[in-house]
Design a protein around this ligand. Structure first.
Ligand SMILES: Cc1cc2nc3c(=O)[nH]c(=O)nc-3n(C[C@H](O)[C@H](O)[C@H](O)COP(=O)(O)O)c2cc1C
Length: 216
């Protein structure tokens, strides 16, 4: 693996901002988008069980509807790709079975070799969690994917804006998720900042290192 230097990485993190205004004429090229999709696919999750999906919206009519469900935030319409992070409402045996079968096929194992792991996941993720805990847990996993995606985008020179300022139930309706067992968590427009985005050059505001990082 070739790696960035620390300086290059910090430069990308300094460059990244929560983009307030996208240039709606600029689109992410296919190769870069494909790498960004890999950042979503390769993001880690608890037990590796992937209790989420990512809906990528490019359709202008859908984007316009989602803007209304995002309190009018214009990034929704002006971005190149809008990613909606969706969590599985309640973990179930079917999902875990699908995962175990995938592990077995990828690693050339017999699914029964994984019976112990499967039982443990069913016990911890299905039986011991009530509905609220299960959704909260899946939501946490989706947020990790959001972080991975934004960091990957910055390294690739793509702008993003994390979005919690949305109406998740309206998103669910617009995206046809209502009643499917999947729920909108948050969204993230991606694209390229507008040259007249007056927020783009604002200095970053962060507490001092000593207030955020504790060495023991
Ligand atoms: C989970 C989350 C939700 C956010 N929701 C919104 C949002 O709905 N709209 C928006 O413009 N910015 C949103 N932000 C952006 C933050 O305000 C921004 O990240 C923060 O002020 C730090 O600025 P920076 O990201 O430019 O460094 C959100 C950030 C996070 C992490």
């Amino acid at each position: 693996m070739s790696k960035l230097t620390g300086t290059q990485f910090v430069e990308a993190m300094e460059w990244r901002n929560a983009t307030k205004k996208f240039d709606n004429t600029k689109k992410i090229d296919e190769k870069t988008w494909s790498a960004l999709e890999q950042s979503l696919i390769l993001t880690p999750s608890s037990y590796g069980v992937m209790p989420y999906k990512f809906i990528v919206v490019q359709n202008p009519e859908l984007k316009a509807k989602l803007k209304d469900a995002s309190y009018g935030q214009t990034q929704t319409e002006d971005c190149s790709h809008l990613v909606v992070f969706v969590a599985k409402e309640k973990m179930d045996v079917e999902h875990i079975t699908k995962y175990v079968e995938k592990i077995a096929s990828v690693r050339g194992q017999n699914p029964t070799d994984l019976d112990g792991y499967k039982k443990m996941m069913i016990s911890n993720l299905v039986e011991r969690m009530n509905d609220e805990q299960s959704l909260k847990w899946a939501t946490n996993q989706a947020y990790i994917a959001l972080g991975t995606f934004m960091t990957a985008a910055a390294v690739l020179g793509v702008d993003t804006c994390p979005f919690e300022g949305i109406n998740p139930s309206k998103y669910d309706e617009i995206l046809g998720l209502s009643g499917t067992g999947w729920k909108t968590v948050c969204a993230c427009p991606a694209g390229f900042r507008a040259s007249d985005d007056k927020y783009a050059d604002l200095k970053k505001v962060r507490f001092e290192t000593k207030d955020l990082i504790v060495h023991k």
